[in-house]
Design a protein around this ligand. Sequence first.
Ligand SMILES: Cc1cc2nc3c(=O)[nH]c(=O)nc-3n(C[C@H](O)[C@H](O)[C@H](O)COP(=O)(O)O)c2cc1C
Length: 171
Amino acid sequence: MELIEAIMTRSSAARLIEPGPGPEQLALMLEAAGRAPDHGRLKPWRLRVLDRAGRTGFLDALVEARRRRAPQATEEQLRAERDKNLRAPLLVVVGCVVQRDHPKVPEVEQILAAGAATQNLILSAHALGYATMWKTGPAAYDPAVKASVGLQADDHIVAIVHIGTREAREG
Ligand SMILES: Cc1cc2nc3c(=O)[nH]c(=O)nc-3n(C[C@H](O)[C@H](O)[C@H](O)COP(=O)(O)O)c2cc1C
């Protein structure tokens, strides 16, 4: 698929099912993400790949974060929080580790580079025939959720990218 065609035909998919990308396709997507414009070549992005088996700690952290935000949440609501993040075959949590004392590259530019890496990842997935949805939500700002994917409290989660195949009935 040509680049312009990929850009013009990409759209988010709210419901993602199997199959997800295989190991070689995933490796290509991650390599493409790492080709993002990057002031100072700081490579501030961190790409944490979570297949379903590797997602338990992240899901637990999402549920606990929801419980802290909404102590009145029912068990059903907490289960829904888990389920909606379990559906896609693959999640890639894109973190940004900022060098705050950098003399030339302000924080916002480091975050933008991580955003560009995310867009490369998403477009590459689309070009390889997979659908995605870039999400964040309040949990992305929760220190314990960040810790569950190896980030510090003052790092950023810029994206939780859900990747898989668009469910047919979505159209
Ligand atoms: C930084 C960022 C965070 C986002 N977070 C969410 C989110 O949490 N939930 C959501 O429904 N859409 C979120 N979106 C928007 C979707 O990924 C999507 O781009 C939007 O719904 C427009 O649809 P499209 O991608 O098909 O044009 C986010 C987009 C960005 C750039």
